[in-house]
Structure formats: structure tokens, C-alpha cells
Design a protein around this ligand. Sequence first.
Ligand SMILES: [Zn+2]
Ligand SMILES: [Zn+2]
Length: 156
Amino acid sequence: MAAISGFFSHLYTITLVLFTIMILELVMLVQSVTGFHSRKPKINSTQYLKFIEEKNPTIRYSKRSKLEPNECIVCLSEIEEGEKVRRLKCNHTFHRDCLDEWLQQFWATCPLCRTKVLPDEIVANFRSQNEVYDGSDEDIMHMLTALHSNSIHRFF
Ligand SMILES: [Zn+2]
Ligand SMILES: [Zn+2]
């Protein structure tokens, strides 16, 4: 008898877990169908870099073009002939990679004079995506993964 009641309580747990998974999957489905979380298109790093590239195209540094300054303030080293650089509207020039890193990690402004490099709404969108994300999709995904692997390991 004990074996049987054990079996039933086991079955009950399995049903409960599977039911929770089903509910969560349903929630995700509804969200993806209604576009609940995609009211505002989010900007990821690739798109953000594309915006930077559009506004400030990469150029090859040449001493003859007399770009100022000839030192990259981000890495504090001299810009060499032929290196990939970006020249901002304020006429300040930086290594492309140094500037891209700076614009993503710190502020979307010129490291030297603080002139805005990108429109505010793009920066705000990118920041909201990468710092305080408000999408609960990822939470549900984590929960689902945990539940799936848990139930599989424990019961099957
Ligand atoms: Zn640099
Ligand atoms: Zn500047």
C-alpha cells in the first residue's frame, strides 16, 4: 500500500510540475502572439554600432588630412597612419574601436568635449535594453529551463 500511495504522490508532483510548465508556456505564447513586450523595438549592440557608423563613418587616418588631435584620448596613444578612426562632428578624432567601446560603455558623447554623438532617444533605448531590462520573457525562459531539467532529472 505504501508503494502505491508513494506512487500517487509522485504522480501528483509530476502533474503539478507539468501543469506549471504548461501555464508558463501558454503565457509566453500569448505574449509572443499579442506582441506584449515588443511595443517599442529595442536596439541591440549591433544596431547601436550601425547608428554610430551611419552618423560617423569609419575613415583611415592620414597625417596629411591634418585631423585633430592626432592622439586618441581614450587609449592615450598616438593615432598611426592608416588606422581606422572616426571623426565626430566636433572634429575630434579617435580610434574607431576605442570610440565604439566608449560610446557603448560610458556616454554617447565625445570623450573630449562632450558633444552628443547620437540622438537621445537612441541612447535611451539602447541603455534601457542593456541596463534595466524590463522584459520578463527571460525570467520565464530561465524558469522553464529550470523546471524542464528538474522534472526530467528527478522523475524521468
Ligand atoms: Zn585609441
Ligand atoms: Zn569633441
